[in-house]
Design a protein around this ligand. Structure first.
Ligand SMILES: O=C(O)CCC(=O)C(=O)O
Ligand SMILES: [Fe+2]
Length: 279
């Protein structure tokens, strides 16, 4: 049986319905050239000092020649537009659920896979929730990896297993995984149950991806946004981004501050209404 190709659309023309339909149906979709190369250069430039400063991974899953840097919203002004990309957010809104009142940012992480790195083990991102067996039709997480450098089979493109998202058990093996090859500025979108893993980097350059995930508003975030991004920086971000970070109610009662205040009011005192039913 031949391995199915990863569905792909052109980021300059694709609609959120197109992408959401493919992600829901196949578990994964590549959106090509959603941002330009200048944006990739700007993000890379802002993150490089942080990538240089951090130690490589401590185990095989992190990658012993892979450097991971978070707190992206506090460290890269040019990445804010990727984290809050309209198309991606519309796709997450459509795919997450059912039974969703809100969704939120789960993590932001630049992943730089150095030369001569072996492939990362295949996994599901939603295993972070204590390996809970969510019903296969329930999408609790939407993951994205932006290619800041070209993703090819040789440079270490993320490997994904199309159609793997609905099976209760993971039966896919390395032979079922296909590289999400895409030019820089593209993004691969997949669900928390889609089986995937970082590719082996057999080139002499570093592959840099920007991993940005979104989850249902009632789950715990993987990256603690409140402690990762200084509050002065958070205050300066667009309201949509602040709300995604968790400065918003996670559902009717989740995340309030002191006297039932909506957390957005900590950053924006004009949004000061109290009570769970406040807007
Ligand atoms: O870097 C990649 O291509 C994938 C990384 C990944 O899936 C992870 O660390 O969860
Ligand atoms: Fe992953």
């Amino acid at each position: 049986m031949s391995t199915p190709a990863v569905p792909r659309v052109d980021g300059r023309t694709a609609s959120a319905d197109d992408v959401a339909g493919l992600v829901a149906e196949r578990g994964v979709c590549i959106v090509e050239r959603l941002v330009d190369e200048a944006t990739c250069d700007a993000v890379l430039g802002e993150l490089q000092p942080h990538l240089d400063a951090v130690r490589p991974g401590a185990d095989d899953f992190e990658g012993r020649s892979t450097r991971r840097v978070g707190a992206i919203l506090g460290r890269s002004a040019s990445a804010v537009g990727l984290v809050a990309n309209e198309l991606v957010l519309d796709v997450a809104d459509r795919v997450l659920g059912p039974d969703k009142s809100t969704f939120q940012l789960h993590l932001t992480q630049a992943i730089a896979i150095g030369p001569d790195s072996p492939a990362q083990a295949l996994h599901r991102d939603q295993w972070c929730f204590d390996f809970h067996a969510f019903p296969p039709e329930m999408v609790v997480e939407v993951s994205t990896i932006w290619a800041l450098t070209d993703f090819t089979e040789v440079t270490g493109a993320t490997r994904v297993v199309p159609d793997s998202h609905r099976s209760a058990e993971v039966t896919a093996t390395d032979a079922d995984a296909v590289p999400a090859e895409m030019p820089r500025g593209s993004v691969v979108v997949y669900t928390g149950s889609t089986v995937h893993g970082g590719g082996a980097n057999r080139s002499d350059g570093t592959r840099v991806g920007l991993n940005v995930d979104y989850t249902l508003g009632w789950l715990r975030q993987e990256e603690n946004q409140y402690l990762s991004v200084p509050v002065e920086v958070a205050r300066s971000l667009p309201e949509r981004v602040q709300r995604l970070m968790g400065y918003s109610m996670g559902s009717y009662a989740l995340g309030y501050v002191d006297d039932l205040r909506d957390p957005i009011s900590v950053l924006r005192p004009d949004r000061g209404s109290t009570g769970f039913a406040a807007d």
